[in-house]
Design a protein around this ligand. Structure first.
Ligand SMILES: [Zn+2]
Length: 249
């Protein structure tokens, strides 16, 4: 099959998927962007209460009679509470408004460069080795720590302590994570999972030949309370892994 034909097929599949998605909507699609604006305001003022009260208020205000169906539909699409509805469902409507607007306005996120870190889940670093920077990101959803090489955002390593579904041997799971995070759902024939040993760390690498994003999860064999998640690019990930391996030794 030649390239042109393959592209035609993937374009057609994408269009079919979109038609199916639009048919599944429980309310007028044009109400969704308004819901997301309403949520953004509400969440900024009061944060998320781990329920969908702000969404329900919006539906009520707009005279929606099948609110229960809407709430179920949102949950089915990854929005179990107000913050998840904003974080997981908004992107599904990018087709309404192709140039994407930034979800969270910059002033709600505070970024601070820090030089050492000790967390309550036993991550400890006394001095961040150059050329890495350690950034503490504070936002309405909590604190996050991210390592960066220099000023560019092309390679970041974030510190995470949520192990709820860490299954080392399950390739399908890692592939799905890559797809979820990149939102790329076609041309995935050669999406592969590789495992690399780096001293005290084991790394799981998810990448394809067709797409730029490379996702790498590094777990520490000694301390299993946290892991490091690298987001990088196909053209540079080998160098980044090498650099990372030397830094963490
Ligand atoms: Zn929430």
């Amino acid at each position: 099959m030649d390239k042109k034909k393959r592209k035609e097929i993937s374009d057609r599949l994408r269009k079919e998927k979109l038609i199916e998605f639009r048919q599944s909507l429980p309310i007028d699609e044009n109400l969704f962007p308004k819901l997301f604006d309403f949520l953004e305001d509400g969440l900024e003022k009061n944060g998320c209460n781990h329920n969908s009260l702000i969404t329900e208020k919006f539906l009520q205000k707009n005279g929606i009679t099948n609110a229960t169906e809407v709430i179920c539909w949102l949950a089915e699409n990854g929005g179990y509470c107000d913050c998840e509805i904003l974080a997981n469902v908004e992107d599904l409507f990018d087709y309404l408004n192709p140039p994407k607007i930034n979800l969270i306005s910059k002033n709600t996120i505070h970024r601070q460069k820090i030089h050492r870190l000790k967390t309550d889940f036993d991550f400890c670093i006394e001095k961040v080795p150059s050329p890495w920077n350690l950034i503490k990101i504070t936002s309405t959803s909590g604190k996050e720590y991210q390592f960066q090489i220099g000023k560019s955002n092309n390679c970041t390593v974030s510190l995470q302590s949520n192990f709820s579904s860490f299954q080392h041997d399950n390739d399908e799971k890692w592939k799905n994570l890559w797809i979820n995070e990149t939102k790329l759902n076609y041309n995935l024939e050669d999406l592969t999972i590789e495992r690399i040993q780096l001293g005290n760390y084991s790394a799981i690498v998810a990448k394809t030949k067709n797409w730029t994003p490379v996702k790498i999860w590094c777990t520490n064999k000694v301390n299993t309370k946290w892991f490091l998640k690298m987001n990088t690019e196909l053209s540079r990930y080998k160098g980044d892994i090498k650099e990372f391996g030397e830094t963490i030794e």
